[in-house]
Design a protein around this ligand. Structure first.
Ligand code: E4P
Length: 221
């Protein structure tokens, strides 16, 4: 499983990239608003992120109808070679995904919650499909179980078919356990907030072990 970082914060992206584990970035309108991003700076900001990491950087369309979504998607894709256009899993979004995929543009279908949504996104030509774990949990459902069903359903058809299949991004990740379970069930990618990425590295036994090594080393003469 690859790690993407789920943030629009350049400092967080730079720091996590320095650890050598970040294969891509996902942003969304809420994440850009969270860092106090301005509309006028949005495109430059996406370009800067794209220069910071080699892998795919998801930038989301905000229009509602397919013609505007397609135009926005084409524009976003023109900002850098590694932009993946993020599109919501709706009927308009499917049509947009299909049109952009026909042009060879990578699309990340977001806000995906069910197996039928994921299969339709794949058929429409998505390069990435993002089932949301945490938001499913938020409504009293089992987000990990839903992710697992999507992973299994997509694996039923790809890579056994000739065409290249979509990559599943475990999204709306809120905990280390979400990351663990996503890896165990075979998600291709987990997009993880910076705080959870930090938590993924930390373990009390690692810290205790390090303390003991330091104490013991201090006795060596
Ligand atoms: C990723 O592509 C999504 O935008 C993100 O994971 C959503 O996470 P949230 O549900 O914690 O906002």
């Amino acid at each position: 499983m690859q790690f993407f970082i789920d943030t629009a914060d350049l400092q967080e992206i730079r720091e996590a990239a320095s650890w050598g584990v970040v294969a891509g970035v996902t942003t969304n309108p809420s994440l850009y608003a969270k860092i106090g991003g301005k509309l006028a700076d949005f495109e430059d900001h996406i370009k800067r992120i794209c220069e910071t990491v080699d892998g795919p950087v998801s930038a989301e369309v905000t229009a509602d109808d397919r013609a505007e979504m397609i135009a926005q998607g084409e524009h976003l894709a023109g900002l850098a070679d590694n932009v993946a256009v993020k599109v919501p899993t709706t009927i308009e979004g499917l049509a947009c995904c299909h049109a952009l995929a026909e042009e060879g543009i990578a699309v990340n279908m977001t806000l995906c919650f069910t197996v039928p949504q994921a299969i339709m996104a794949a058929r429409a030509g998505a390069s990435f499909i993002s089932p949301f774990i945490g938001r499913f949990d938020d409504i009293g459902e089992d987000g990990l179980a839903q992710l697992s069903e999507v992973v299994d359903a997509i694996a039923n058809y790809w890579p056994n078919e000739d065409e290249e299949g979509p990559q599943i991004i475990a999204a709306s990740v809120r905990s280390v356990n979400h990351v663990t379970q996503a890896a165990l069930m075979g998600a291709d990618i987990a997009t993880v907030p910076f705080k959870v990425l930090q938590q993924c590295v930390k373990h009390p036994l690692t810290d205790q072990g390090l303390e003991k090594f330091k104490r013991d080393w201090a006795t060596v003469r």
